[in-house]
Design a protein around this ligand. Structure first.
Ligand code: UTP
Length: 407
């Protein structure tokens, strides 16, 4: 009997309490146990993450210093691509948003501005840009996780799709990986469930490939796609300048950067590794590299990656053909102890494995980096309060609106 039939039978005979066991079995059956074992060994040896290599600075184009004629050329090319339907936006909304602690998908969070959710902010911005370009609606793909997919879809329905035609919005789920304790055991968070987590924003390539998103883009004649996160309220998902910059230079992939606030800002930085584009994550950067400055006292590795990237559809297809390396994070997570009791530990007790989108960059020989202004393009919502919180994002959003920087 397959698991679904077994569940129906259990319900039919009044044994529905046991269905959680069936759900757990279904989840466990999808786990790649060989991969989990390999990742655990790597984590134990401190080897998870990218391979070693020689790090050097990467050339960067400063948007504010572009010659006016070139700037115009990029913008016109970008607008033309949008008008022709050759451009799509992809929002990564599969994260757990643990630091924010909001009950529901992060995209449903209201920072207290005219648009009542992060999803609405992005939808309105896409619709506005299409209208400004005299284009049809820009196809919008949204990556969710198994944890938040149903709630995300329901939110769109409840909110009338924010004016979007549902035919132009497509959701797809990313893959999940279990958390593993320091002895290599898959963590159970209740006696009848295992602790799964989304496989990181780098999981997007595999998910786009496996869920038919890249094929859908090809069928629609899309040439370039922007990929960004849900939690930057100033994200320009459809910036003609950036699109033109990527397509006229024939970059398979391009990224926006901004100058780090200080050596320890929690953001990865662009560089070259063995001559190929790369991002060193803030958790993995050396003190020496973080602080290095040139003769003008500017950071040598100061261009922060802000999760604003454009990929050609060919590049997306290529990146989806192989998995990215996994990085390991040590996390605190509740677990079931030997006596069957659920315990919330007071110190980290498990490994979580995540792929990072920027590990795909080294697949390409060249990558365009466009440095933009922080106050116009970056206002993340990460923490409940303090730095990068709803409060700071709201202020930055209002200020950008007053300066007419939200188109
Ligand atoms: P973060 O890495 O900041 O994670 O994601 P998060 O889930 O929002 O928050 P914390 O770390 O749990 O507090 C940056 C962007 O990447 C997406 C997030 O939704 C966010 O837009 N993301 C992250 C995914 O789509 N999937 C993932 O597995 C991880």
């Amino acid at each position: 009997m397959d698991l679904e039939t077994l569940k129906t039978e259990l319900n039919k005979y009044g044994q529905s309490e046991l269905t959680a066991l069936i759900d757990a079995a279904a989840t466990i059956s999808k786990i790649d146990l060989g991969l989990v074992s390999k990742l655990y060994d790597m984590a134990k040896e401190g080897k998870a993450g990218g391979a070693e290599g020689a790090i050097t600075p990467i050339p960067v184009t400063v948007a504010a210093e572009l010659a006016p004629a070139l700037r115009r050329k990029y913008i016109e090319a970008g607008e033309e691509l949008i008008r022709k339907g050759g451009f799509a936006a992809v929002t990564m909304a599969g994260g757990q948003g643990t630091r924010l602690g909001h009950n529901g998908p992060k995209g449903t969070f209201d920072i207290g501005v005219e648009e009542h959710s992060l999803f609405e902010i992005q939808a309105k911005r896409l619709l506005r840009r299409a209208a400004l370009c005299g284009a049809a609606q820009i196809p919008w793909y949204i990556m969710t996780s198994e944890e938040n997919d149903a709630a995300t879809r329901a939110f769109f329905v409840e909110n009338g799709w924010f004016g979007y035609d549902p035919a132009n919005v497509r959701f797809f789920t990313q893959f999940m990986l279990p958390m593993v304790d320091f002895d290599g055991k898959i963590v159970r968070d209740t006696p009848v469930s295992v602790k799964m987590g989304a496989d990181g924003h780098g999981g997007i390539f595999r998910a786009m490939h496996a869920r038919g998103i890249v094929s859908d883009m090809k069928e629609r004649g899309i040439k370039y796609a922007f990929i960004g996160g849900i939690d930057n309220v100033l994200v320009k998902l459809c910036d003609p300048l950036f699109i033109g910059f990527a397509c006229l230079n024939r970059y398979p992939c391009a990224g926006k950067s901004l100058i780090k606030r200080d050596p320890y800002e929690k953001a990865g930085v662009f560089c070259l590794k063995d001559g190929r584009p790369y991002v060193v994550e803030y958790t993995e950067i050396s003190d020496e590299m973080a602080k290095a400055v040139n003769e003008k006292n500017e950071f040598i590795y100061g261009d922060a990656h802000i999760l604003c990237n454009i990929f050609s559809v060919e590049a997306l297809e290529d990146a989806g053909s192989e998995g990215l390396p996994y990085h390991v994070a040590v996390k605190k997570t509740k677990f079931v102890d030997a006596d069957g009791q659920i315990v919330m530990p007071d110190k980290p007790n498990a490994y979580k494995f995540e792929a990072f989108i920027f590990d795909a960059f080294c697949r390409y020989e060249k990558m365009g980096i466009l440095r933009v202004k922080r106050e116009d393009e970056f206002a993340p919502v990460k923490n409940r309060e303090g730095e990068d919180s709803p409060e700071t994002a709201r202020e930055l959003y209002r200020s950008a609106k007053e300066r007419n920087m939200l188109d």
